[in-house]
Ligand binder design. Structure first.
Ligand code: HMG
Length: 400
């Protein structure tokens, strides 16, 4: 049977960064609550001329430059922070990337889960049309109300993936565990720019979905826990991955290490099995929540920093509030290390321009109405920018 999976991937983020120590100081909270309690150091924040489309196109551009466009006849854009109720964000990306008209484009939505739905749909398309490749883009801006408990878990980021046969990075295995439950843990009403969330319920719903999708993975003939070498989780904040790992260890009885930092790794009990929790959190700790992109940012971090992955199996838990979740597994391919993007990603994270809390709060409150023509100031250094609104339509341009 032909192997299908992720052939290439790239991470992009926003122009600005907010240091969570500064936010803690402003909020009168112990900075350790954010660093250790949530496992977050920073959050990316978009400039006024950035959004899911500019980040998604910026992530996809290097993938196209490295691989060309041959065989790409589908682009799926997964997001929960869509900028239009009708037009798929991917249609703007299609033009920005100069893709030919013979590419079907659509948008997938189901909170943070839809990136995984897009990946599975892409695998289905590649199975149906051998030789084709699918461009999957996950891109989100996570926004909660100012001064709310969710505020330090905001963030922004995009991961673009090229899905095809004989992938260079990760073959996605056939068995997948699914778990859906109608629960009001987190949502964003049409007339709101920020999410509504019941924090405690969202964490218990996440953990129930984890064990539910794990049990289904096993029922579908998926691997046993000790056949999985590395474990990645959706990371609304990186401490959630630790909570997930603890729950999975309890549920399966496996001695999985829940060490999320180097210090915790050094102090881990003898016999605890290190499944790469710390390595998978390296980017997300600095990005914040990137919703649909979060799990794939964890995958990028693992591929970029773990030198012993060839032939190893990765378990990946995808959760989207509301809720739909999936536990899938993949096998890392022998030449994966050639992709090595750590220095590139770290340089991009380091190059973000810091915002003081007052500047961030001012930008957070600024919402461009869709009813008036307006131009956005040129701020981003990304290859694409949101130029403003004209005739109620959002305008995008290539900058470089
Ligand atoms: P909170 O009420 O401010 O925080 O909100 P807390 O009081 O529960 O404290 C958080 C942690 O910090 C706790 O650790 C404290 O003990 C610790 P825990 O007990 O949980 O292990 N802490 C400290 N640690 C060290 N030093 C200190 C200190 N003080 C406290 N001094 C909450 C936290 C996560 C609820 C909030 O940030 C929130 O509402 N976030 C948004 C919702 C969310 O991320 N939910 C996660 C699961 S749902 C999901 O993943 C889906 C999602 O991505 C959306 C989608 O699918 O589209 C969100």
């Amino acid at each position: 049977m032909t192997s299908i999976g992720i052939h290439d991937l790239e991470l992009a983020t926003a122009h600005h960064v907010v240091e969570l120590d500064r936010l803690a100081e402003y909020a009168g909270v112990d900075p350790a609550k954010y660093r250790l309690g949530l496992g977050q150091d920073q959050m990316s924040f978009p400039a006024p001329d950035e959004d899911i489309i500019t980040m998604g196109a910026s992530a996809a551009l290097p993938v196209i430059e490295r691989n060309g466009i041959d065989g790409i006849r589908t682009l799926i854009f997964a997001t929960e922070s869509g900028v239009d109720q009708s037009k798929a964000a991917g249609v703007s990306v299609h033009r920005l990337l100069g893709l030919p008209p013979q590419v079907r484009v659509t948008e997938f939505k189901q909170a943070c889960y839809s990136g995984t739905a897009a990946l599975q749909a892409a695998i289905g398309i590649v199975s149906r049309f051998p030789g084709e490749r699918v461009l999957v883009i996950t891109s989100d801006v996570a926004r909660y109300a100012l001064d709310s408990p969710g505020e330090p878990t905001q963030g922004a980021g995009a991961v673009a993936m090229l899905v095809g046969e004989n992938p260079a990075l990760v073959e996605i295995e056939r068995a997948a565990g699914i778990f859906t439950a109608d629960v009001d843990d987190f949502w964003r009403p049409n007339d709101s720019t920020t999410a509504v969330v019941d924090g405690a319920l969202s964490m218990s719903a996440y953990l129930d979905a984890l064990t539910g999708s794990w049990d289904d993975l096993r029922a579908q003939g998926g691997p046993e826990i000790d056949q999985i070498d590395r474990m990645l989780y959706h990371q609304p904040f990186t401490k959630m991955a630790k909570k997930g790992q603890q729950r999975l260890a309890e549920h399966t009885g496996a001695p999985l290490s829940a060490a999320l930092t180097r210090e915790e790794q050094a102090a881990a009990p003898a016999g605890a099995r290190d499944t790469g929790l710390f390595t998978g959190s390296i980017y997300n700790r600095r990005l914040g929540n990137s919703y649909t992109a979060s799990l794939y940012a964890a995958l990028a971090a693992l591929l970029d920093h773990d030198t012993e992955l060839a032939g190893r199996r990765i378990g990946m838990f995808s959760y989207g509030s509301g809720s739909v979740s999936e536990f899938l597994t993949g096998v890392v391919q022998p030449g994966y290390a050639e992709h090595g993007a750590a220095s590139r990603v770290e340089a991009a994270l380091d190059a973000r321009v810091p915002l003081e809390v007052a500047e961030y709060r001012e930008l957070h409150a600024r919402v461009l109405p869709s009813t008036e023509d307006a131009q956005t100031p040129r701020v981003t250094r990304a290859p694409f920018r949101f130029a403003g609104v004209h005739g109620q339509a959002r305008q995008y341009e290539r900058t470089a």
